[in-house]
Design a protein around this ligand. Structure first.
Ligand code: HEC
Length: 136
């Protein structure tokens, strides 16, 4: 399932000559999050394997698309959408909600255009909300 999703997203590339998502990940994201997506959590760089957890909350879905690493990257909106879908399905498929639907270019464009409060504060609030939702 996870492989199928990744393959579908890779094949959906609108521009045949555009760099592949793994290559773009290496260029734009791996410097912080690492080649294998594990980040450096003790230094505040999240492990992308956990990122899918946020997608289950509306505020978390927005947060994922509004992290500075993505919004301030040089990726255009269609590519940013595909990149976010790629990292979520590639690294965090196990944590994605069953009803996860991929980000669209329009959704990314809207979220990217919003002025938001700082990512670490939002992240803390979301983690508390996710923790509160877990069955005890
Ligand atoms: C300069 C370092 C840096 C780069 C480059 C970077 N990120 Fe991040 N990323 C972070 C940090 C730090 C956070 C935590 C939120 C914050 O403080 O911005 C984060 C959070 C995230 C999250 C949310 C996960 C969580 O647990 O909070 C996602 C998804 C993400 N980044 C994806 C990407 C993608 C995709 C790219 C490449 C386009 C990228 N990042 C590039 C540093 C970076």
């Amino acid at each position: 399932m996870k492989r199928l999703l990744v393959a579908a997203i890779l094949l959906a590339s609108p521009r045949p000559h555009a760099a592949s998502l793994p290559t773009l990940y290496t260029l734009h994201c791996s410097g912080c999050h690492g080649a294998a997506g594990h980040g450096v959590p003790e230094r505040g760089i999240p492990d992308l394997h956990d990122a899918g957890l946020y997608a289950g909350l509306p505020a978390g879905r927005a947060y994922l698309a509004q992290v500075p690493g993505l919004t301030q990257s040089r990726l255009d909106n269609p590519t940013a959408a595909r990149m976010l879908n790629y990292v979520l399905t590639h690294f965090s498929a196990d944590n994605l909600p069953a009803d996860f639907h991929p980000y669209t270019t329009a959704e990314i464009a809207t979220l990217r255009g919003q002025t938001v409060s700082d990512a670490p504060t939002r992240r803390q609030a979301l983690l508390a909300a996710i923790e509160g939702k877990k069955p005890r």
